[in-house]
Design a protein around this ligand. Structure first.
Ligand SMILES: [Zn+2]
Length: 197
């Protein structure tokens, strides 16, 4: 299960967030598309990734591994409501919850990326077959593979690893925009989040 919760602290200060949201006004309209610098590559060393990722995230997203199907992360994925899925490494928004579908594979599946520019498709001939690997365009993080047996309207099936993704609920996204820059090491010092489980 992903251990980083950059935005966790924003859950505790509802009133404050709403007030400041009102102040910023029009700026919030951009929230779906708030990565103004999303063309800028994110490059880190192994050691740097190791500091911000869990071992599973590191194995999957940075070393092109595959997480077990139908794991606890998948159960979590199925329960998640409206929101978006970001790259766990660099925070680029990759998928929307309304393009999720149950593929029966035990891995998070989507029929479409939020924007083709945010992913990269790469021929993958490992394991003696031709598959199309999907990477995050900003940090080259491995996400999974895309197959052509998906549902309408695209007919594609993005078979992703949950370890490569970070769910941001719609509610959190609205609150979190203002202090997006506060992510990273600072999060450690924030107030502990109430456990929902
Ligand atoms: Zn990324």
């Amino acid at each position: 299960m992903p251990a980083i919760q950059f935005d966790a602290k924003t859950e505790t200060d509802d009133a404050e967030s709403e007030a400041s949201e009102a102040k910023t006004g029009a700026k919030d309209k951009k929230s779906d598309d708030d990565e103004a610098d999303d063309t800028k590559k994110v490059v880190k060393t192994d050691a740097e990734w190791r500091k911000i990722l869990t071992p599973m995230q590191l194995k999957v997203a940075r070393k092109k591994g595959t997480e077990p199907a139908f794991g606890p992360a998948y159960a979590k994925f199925k329960k998640e409501g409206e929101g978006t899925y970001q790259c766990v490494c660099c925070g680029q928004t990759l998928f929307k919850s309304d393009t999720k579908f149950d593929s029966g594979t035990g891995w998070p599946s989507f029929y479409q990326a939020i924007d083709e520019k945010k992913i990269r498709r790469i021929d993958d001939t490992s394991d003696g077959m031709l598959r199309i690997e999907v990477e995050c365009s900003r940090c080259d993080g491995h996400l999974g593979h895309v197959f052509s047996d998906g549902p309408r309207p695209t007919g594609e099936r993005f078979c992703m690893n949950y370890a490569s993704l970070k769910f941001v609920s719609k509610k959190d996204a609205e609150k979190g925009t203002k202090d997006k820059d506060a992510g990273g090491p600072k999060a450690k010092g924030s107030k502990p989040k109430e456990s929902k489980d």
